[in-house]
Design a protein around this ligand. Structure first.
Ligand SMILES: NC(=O)c1ccc[n+]([C@@H]2O[C@H](COP(=O)([O-])OP(=O)(O)OC[C@H]3O[C@@H](n4cnc5c(N)ncnc54)[C@H](OP(=O)(O)O)[C@@H]3O)[C@@H](O)[C@H]2O)c1
Length: 272
């Protein structure tokens, strides 16, 4: 793991998140596609990996035998069966990174062979554009050094933070699910303009660009969102009138409630 260019990486599960992370990693140029392999029971999702030059297989064991770093990218309820199937192939050299929402490090360590180096990763879909927000938590067998190296590898997927596991479910609500909350806001923003007579396609493009521009100003400008909002509000102007309507609609409470509900649901998934 010391030399990223030598690292062999496997994904068990070939869905959206495995694709997003592998695409982000490959875009960095540090890892060649020949160092990556992905597995899934069907061929349904293989074409987009093959198009990147990534090897595909139906054998999860083959992924473990090939790789040092193994991402578990299946739905949470499938994780115990999947781990059971690969356990005998896992060695102390492996680093196992689970992306499954709600499955705790304690559960993973219980399912995996004793002393396994395991981590949890909570990514989100914009990883595929290298604009993700990722949070990593290290299990007892994974040293801080492994966490730091993984952070370096995943930096090509976006913002990567290492933190305590207690933050993972909130990060799922904020960022994993948060992407969908932003899409709902984008749709509503565009619909508002459509209601006022703008063509739908144009309204959607402008809404997307507005969210992108506002997001970049927020991320790169170093200012608190309240300050940025105040700067757009001319006294008696259009924005403060619009904001009053948003407040009457309870946007803040609804958004906080959405993050809370998604966080609680993430923690429930692990208890099933
Ligand atoms: N999507 C998100 O925004 C997001 C965000 C954060 C975390 N996550 C977590 O990431 C994980 C993957 O989510 P996803 O959205 O990528 O799911 P997904 O698109 O539904 O993909 C799941 C993949 O798992 C494969 N699979 C099913 N059974 C398998 C088995 N026994 N062995 C190997 N692969 C198997 C599926 O195979 P087929 O291709 O044959 O169907 C599919 O490729 C989940 O645990 C989720 O909680 C997702």
């Amino acid at each position: 793991m010391e030399n990223l260019s030598q690292l062999k990486i496997g994904f068990i599960g070939a869905g959206n998140m495995a694709f997003a992370i592998s695409q982000g990693i490959l875009k960095s140029g540090d890892i060649p596609p020949s160092s990556v392999i992905v597995s899934a029971p069907s061929k349904n999702n293989f074409a987009r990996f093959q198009a990147m030059g990534v090897a595909v297989t139906h054998s999860n064991e083959e992924v473990v035998d090939f790789s040092c770093l193994v991402f578990l990218a299946v739905k949470p309820h499938l994780l115990p069966t999947v781990i059971n199937g690969i356990s005998e192939h896992i060695t102390p050299q492996h680093i196992i990174v689970s992306m499954a929402a709600g499955i705790t490090l304690a559960t993973l360590e219980e399912l995996l062979p004793g002393g396994s180096r395991v981590m949890r990763l909570m990514p989100n879909l914009p990883c595929m554009l290298q604009e993700g927000a990722l949070l990593l938590a290290c299990g007892t067998g994974a040293s801080q050094e492994v966490g730091a190296l993984l952070k370096t590898l995943l930096c090509s997927c976006g913002l990567v933070e290492v933190g305590p596991e207690t933050w993972i479910d909130a990060h799922t609500g904020l960022s994993g699910s948060g992407v969908a909350f932003v899409y709902v806001f984008a749709e509503a923003l565009a619909d508002g303009a459509v209601k006022m007579g703008m063509p739908n396609t144009l309204a959607q493009r402008i809404a997307a660009q507005t969210i992108l521009g506002a997001g970049r100003l927020l991320r790169d400008g170093g200012k608190h969102p309240a300050q940025l909002r105040a700067e757009v509000c001319t006294p008696g102007g259009t924005t403060i009138h619009g904001l009053h309507a948003l407040e009457k609609g309870g946007l803040r409470a609804a958004t906080m409630g959405a993050v809370e509900a998604a966080t609680l649901r993430a923690s429930q998934l692990g208890r099933k």
